[in-house]
Design a binder for this molecule. Structure first.
Ligand SMILES: C[S@@+](CC[C@H](N)C(=O)[O-])C[C@H]1O[C@@H](n2cnc3c(N)ncnc32)[C@H](O)[C@@H]1O
Length: 450
């Protein structure tokens, strides 16, 4: 087993940039925002895998050019850019690469780990030697200490988690994963350990279900393919490390800063009037993208219990649990959409009400932390509930106004479903109006008046 030496190509991300060197006159700010929103925001033909952006698959991940456009157009180096639902950290990484201070928060443990790895430069020499060590240890354990591995595997999980693991992973794959994880757990450097964990996770969570028996971890509920021949985990891990190492070499050049922490977007622990720009994309309503459904496939290997992960799922914005949930009063249009859904299905109506309640709180927090005279760029898609379009963009504009924002404009972009992990509805008629809308997302320019 070998890890190829990395060619450091002395690339600097700054070679590509045109940084605005002078600040925007406050009088022109809204005009510039409107112009940015009127430009092409599709970026389908552009490379989205530079720097560390491609370390790990993530549902509804931004193309990096999307946050980059607004960061370059609306902020100066050193300014603070927040993504309160940062997912895999695209906004935070772009902010850092552009010499700004990116701040991200999320409640999903895997999202936070992915984001942290993507923005933390590590010593490449140490990474290579630690990667080699883990692979050698795992190979040795599989060859000569199989019994010991089997005993460790039988005691590793609680009964529910074991049931889940046994259903989705062949026993030989379980042993390979455990051999790798034991090697990773023995590494003392926290950043290197996390880098290796994320490399391991990325061979489990792939569109094709990676080394598990899942057919698809991106679009649908995962289906188990009992005749799938999963690949050898150690080879996949080695390939992935080599790939990520090359990209990691490009991070060391960044002049910016990045901080990511676990926090709820509805109660962000950030000072009033302290952020220069927000760029974020909240979850879809009604759990249309269920992050935990895929993430649990790798989180169980890092010490999380399946029952606990199942409970956490209810805490995500857009979750379906409504019992004892304190609902907000909604403005007229959002209320009318909720009522339409409720007439068809009372429970689903409550789920949508919960979503708009959570988004009211999130938008209020964004308004509180943003400096006056600055913008929040919020990217959303619609969900379809009992045949009714949730009209998320329109409702969020209305809610945004109630918390104090001006709406500068709303732009549209087409989703590139080949590239992003999105909730594609496989058998839907592509020409239907609602399907047409599901293939779009909306970029709302909120402005906090001075
Ligand atoms: C659409 S994804 C963000 C993707 C991100 N733009 C990227 O490029 O990777 C939405 C994120 O919101 C997070 N989220 C859900 N509920 C949250 C909450 N209450 N507070 C903070 N983040 C939350 C989810 O875990 C998920 O990572």
């Amino acid at each position: 087993m070998s890890i190829e030496p990395v060619q450091l190509d002395l690339f600097s991300p700054f070679q590509e940039l045109e940084l605005p060197e002078k600040s925007i006159h406050p009088r022109n700010y809204k005009q510039i925002l409107r112009k940015l929103l009127s430009e092409d925001l599709n970026f389908h033909s552009e490379n989205s895998t530079y720097a560390t952006h491609n370390f790990h698959a993530f549902p509804a991940k931004f193309p990096p050019q999307l946050p980059k456009k607004f960061i370059v157009g609306l902020t100066l180096p050193g300014e603070r850019i927040l993504d309160p639902m940062s997912g895999s950290g695209t906004t935070v990484l772009e902010a850092m690469l552009l010499g700004r201070h990116g701040i991200g928060m999320d409640i999903d443990p895997l999202a936070l780990s992915i984001g942290k790895v993507k923005v933390t430069p590590v010593d490449l020499g140490k990474l290579i030697s630690n990667g080699k060590f883990v692979i050698q240890q795992a190979t040795h354990a599989l060859r000569f200490k199989k019994k010991e591995l089997e005993t460790a595997l039988s005691g590793r999980f609680d009964p529910s988690t074991k049931k889940f693991v046994d259903y989705w992973f062949l026993e030989e794959t379980q042993l390979e994963l455990l051999a790798l994880i034991r090697g990773i757990e023995s590494i003392s450097d926290h950043s290197i350990r996390r880098f290796l964990e994320i490399a391991l996770s990325s061979i489990i969570i792939t569109k094709s279900g990676g080394i598990s028996l899942a057919y698809d971890l991106a679009h649908t509920r995962p289906h188990r393919l009992s005749n799938k021949a999963p690949r050898f985990a150690i080879d996949e891990f080695r390939k992935r490390i080599n790939k990520n190492l090359k990209h990691m070499s490009k991070l060391a050049w960044s002049r910016g800063r990045a901080d990511l922490f676990c926090s709820n977007a509805q109660t962000a622990g950030i000072a009033d009037d302290s952020i220069d720009l927000i760029i974020t994309s909240p979850p879809y309503a009604a759990n249309a993208i269920d992050y935990m459904r895929a993430h649990k496939f790798s989180l169980v290997w890092f010490g999380h219990c399946i029952d606990f992960l199942g409970k956490m799922r209810g805490d995500y914005i857009g979750g379906e649990r409504t019992h004892n949930f304190k609902m907000a009063d909604l403005p007229a249009y959002a209320e009318s959409i909720v009522s339409k859904v409720s007439e068809k299905d009372h429970k689903k109506g409550n789920v949508l009400r919960r979503y708009y309640t959570e988004m009211t709180l999130s938008l209020s927090e964004m308004f509180r932390v943003l400096k006056p005279g600055k913008a929040a760029i919020v990217i959303v898609g619609s969900s379809v509930m009992r045949g009714i379009d949730s009209e998320t963009a329109k409702c969020l504009c209305e809610i945004g106004k109630t918390v104090g924002f001006d709406i500068v404009d709303t732009a549209e972009r087409k989703l590139d479903r080949n590239r992003r992990m999105m909730p594609a509805r496989k058998n839907a008629q592509p020409e239907s109006q609602i399907e047409e809308r599901m293939h779009k997302e909306y970029i709302i320019g909120f402005y906090k008046p001075k």
